[in-house]
Design a protein around this ligand. Structure first.
Ligand SMILES: [Zn+2]
Length: 84
């Protein structure tokens, strides 16, 4: 069962300064919709990257955004079956 991800819950980070970007309630939905991003493809492993933010680009009002999916390729060292 795929649960629909609420875009408002996604973490947004600025690619320029690396700070988390805090959008007002409803803005994430509006911005993603404006960027043509398919909400049904989002899940909790996605995050949003903004090309700039009001912190590092105070003159800009509109920032292009895209969604990145975090991979789960963390090395897991798990003892194999049979080891105690
Ligand atoms: Zn920034």
């Amino acid at each position: 069962m795929a649960k629909r991800m609420d875009p408002e819950l996604l973490y947004v980070e600025c690619s320029q300064c690396g700070f988390p970007v805090l959008w007002a309630a409803g803005d994430t939905t509006r911005i993603l919709r404006g960027a043509g991003i398919d909400f049904s493809a989002l899940d909790e492993r996605c995050m949003i990257v903004s090309e700039g933010c009001p912190r590092c680009n105070p003159d800009e009002k509109i920032f292009s955004t895209h969604v990145v999916r975090l991979s789960q390729e963390r090395p897991v060292h798990r003892p194999g079956p049979g080891t105690n």
